[in-house]
Design a protein around this ligand. Structure first.
Ligand code: CMP
Length: 133
């Protein structure tokens, strides 16, 4: 797999709980480089747009409320096979299904408050990176 870039978000639950540094250590230990990073608060409009792919889901409004509930940290990651590698490091969306030693197993508290986000394809990585950087 070629060198890739992907978007990482440390979500409000994990920022609030002070897990950002521990999460970034796991990311770097996996061999991913954090090229860019910024802390910000999403507006409701931004959250709705970012997650518009989920607008028909029953959890959409709650998800947007959660994502605007406090600061998030958005990051550009780079590395060999970065998209898939970072998704492995994150673990399954639902922490109950996440493998040991993944970010979500360690830090997620529910399927919604699941500590981190990562792009799921090259197309979405491009879109999501352009959204923030
Ligand atoms: P993320 O990887 O950011 O992509 C969409 C987000 O929606 C997901 O992480 C969770 O935060 C949230 N989500 C996904 N499924 C559910 C669900 N069944 N109930 C509540 N929130 C969900």
């Amino acid at each position: 797999m070629p060198n890739q870039k992907t978007l990482s978000i440390i979500k409000p639950d994990a920022v609030k709980a002070g897990h950002a540094n521990a999460i970034n250590l796991m990311i770097e230990n996996a061999g991913l480089k954090i090229l860019k990073k910024k802390e910000l608060n999403l507006t409701t409009e931004q959250a709705k747009e970012f997650y518009s792919i989920h607008s028909d889901k029953p959890f959409y409004n709650e998800l947007c409320n959660f994502m605007t509930s406090g600061p998030i940290i958005v990051q550009m990651l780079e590395g060999e096979n970065a998209i898939e590698l970072y998704r492995k490091v994150m673990g399954a969306t639902n922490p109950d299904d996440a493998e040991e030693n993944t970010i979500r197993k360690k830090f997620a508290t529910s399927i919604q408050e699941n500590a981190v986000h990562g792009s799921d394809s090259e197309e979405n990585a491009l879109k999501e990176l352009n959204f923030f950087f």
